[in-house]
Design a protein around this ligand. Structure first.
Ligand code: ADP
Length: 160
């Protein structure tokens, strides 16, 4: 049986914190699907298509990673992909409450699906897409916290 894990998120945009979680997940599971959520409640900087393109470029060196988008319930998406595991990253204690709620509701909706948490790499514990956007807006150097292709895309977004 192939073990398929889904790593869901907004990825607006993908950071090296995400890449760390994705590549560590890919070392454990046969396949990792990075799934970008179409979220109507959030006003994103990058469109879903842009986020997919950035993720594809930033993960192209990891053979067993696939990039996709989904809307609706994560559990329904997981079932269509025959995936049994959700991978989420944990940074600070502040992530815990939301993640606990999400994992609990997902367990209720899909009892056969497990959520696995991975601790952030210490180097990226402070890193989030929001921080990256905030810093990039003021033209600061983000080259050591995001993939190269994302640094270029941010520069382009904010220079326009
Ligand atoms: P969401 O909007 O669903 O939180 P994100 O794109 O912000 O989506 O994050 C996707 C996943 O990556 C989440 O599990 C988040 O906790 C994790 N993540 C984000 N940044 C980091 C980081 N620096 N270290 C570890 N995990 C992270």
């Amino acid at each position: 049986m192939t073990s398929i894990a889904v790593c869901p998120g907004s990825f607006d945009p993908v950071t090296l914190g995400h890449i760390d979680i994705i590549s560590r997940g890919a070392a454990v599971f046969d396949k990792v699907i990075v799934a970008v959520l179409h979220n109507r409640n959030k006003q994103p900087l990058f469109s879903v298509e842009e986020r997919l393109a950035l993720l594809r470029e930033a993960t192209k060196h990891i053979e067993n990673v696939e990039v996709d988008a989904f809307s609706g319930l994560l559990i329904d998406y997981m079932k269509t992909k025959k995936a049994r595991t959700i991978i989420r990253g944990l940074r600070a204690v502040s992530d815990f409450e939301y993640e606990m709620q999400a994992a609990s509701i997902n367990k209720k909706l899909g009892p056969e699906i497990e959520t696995f948490f991975m601790m952030t790499n210490n180097n990226y514990s402070y890193l989030s897409s929001s921080i990256v956007k905030e810093v990039a807006k003021y033209d600061a150097d983000v080259s050591d916290i995001v993939p190269e292709v994302v640094a270029a895309a941010l520069k382009k977004k904010f220079s326009g």
